[in-house]
Design a protein around this ligand. Structure first.
Ligand SMILES: [Zn+2]
Length: 288
């Protein structure tokens, strides 16, 4: 060993370790990219189709040109996020993950930012309605309604009642869909703040968005205060602008014709935001 090398061996060791770490990171990133590509291109298998027909039949309405994207996004949300069984639930099975992810994917397939909610790390699943497990997303009085069916934390978690997931997935929850609701919150919370203003495509879009949302939110608040007639939108949307955005997102996917008929401006804003036009969706002819 030369005198130079003998004196500087710690330096060379650090360089070598740095190169090993860099190589490891490159290989891991390539492996992840390959896995993601596989998920994006793999269509639903027969048994998955049977499951979705049972738990989330609305998937049959997704236009053919978005079908593969929906399958791929579903697989990414089902396999790349962490699922935790809570409140006595023994396991979040693959079928449960798929049922949740297929509904959540609806909120993403029409949008350009394909980062798959990087802040969202875990999905906590309770067997049925639950008490707030500890953290609050923001200061709305969801607890006053008794047990919760879902929550969204800006710290990177969504909490769901499996019972409500199934009811909403089977379109049997009175126009509500807890998965759409909580994932809309996640889109809203992209910057750590739940204020009913998610990331819009263009800078210029914000002025119009805020103006329309504020006007419609104020109208819903006013409608819930007068007892003359029941508002078309879920009155829960009047508790906070963030809840308003989550509630109209549910209406957009669960009853798009109703939303367009009753609140055309909201429908148009959400059509732009979600990049989808569900009033045009039709049931696939299953030949049954
Ligand atoms: Zn909410």
């Amino acid at each position: 060993m030369s005198e130079f090398a003998a004196q500087n061996w710690p330096f060379f060791l650090v360089i070598l370790l740095g190169k090993i770490v860099a190589l490891f990171l490159i290989l891991r990133s390539r492996k992840r990219k390959r896995a993601r590509q596989r998920r994006l291109t793999q269509p639903f298998r027969e048994e998955e189709i049977t499951l979705l027909d049972h738990n989330f039949p609305t998937w049959r309405k997704i236009p053919p040109d978005l079908r593969q994207k929906h399958a791929g996004f579903t697989r990414i949300l089902a396999e790349e996020k962490s699922y935790e069984a809570c409140g006595g639930l023994t396991e979040v099975t693959r079928d449960m993950r798929l049922t949740i992810a297929a509904q959540a994917a609806l909120t993403l397939i029409g949008r350009d930012d394909h980062d798959f909610l990087p802040r969202l790390r875990s999905i906590l699943v309770y067997p049925r309605g639950f008490r707030d497990p500890g953290r609050r997303a923001f200061g709305v009085n969801e607890e006053e309604r008794g047990l919760l069916s879902g929550e969204s934390w800006e710290t990177g978690s969504v909490v769901l009642s499996w019972e409500s997931v199934l009811l909403g997935g089977r379109d049997n929850d009175g126009g509500m869909n807890v998965v759409i609701h909580e994932f809309a919150h996640q889109l809203d919370q992209y910057n750590g703040v739940a204020d009913g203003i998610p990331r819009l495509a263009e800078r210029n879009d914000y002025t119009r968005w805020v103006e329309i949302m504020r006007r419609e939110y104020d109208a819903l608040v006013a409608a819930t205060r007068t007892r003359d007639s029941e508002p078309w939108l879920d009155p829960y949307g009047a508790t906070h602008p963030a809840e308003f955005f989550a509630v109209i997102s549910e209406a957009f996917f669960v009853d798009p014709h109703g939303l367009k008929h009753e609140h055309q401006d909201l429908y148009v804003e959400l059509r732009e935001f979600y990049g989808l036009d569900p009033v045009r969706w039709e049931w696939e002819d299953l030949g049954k």
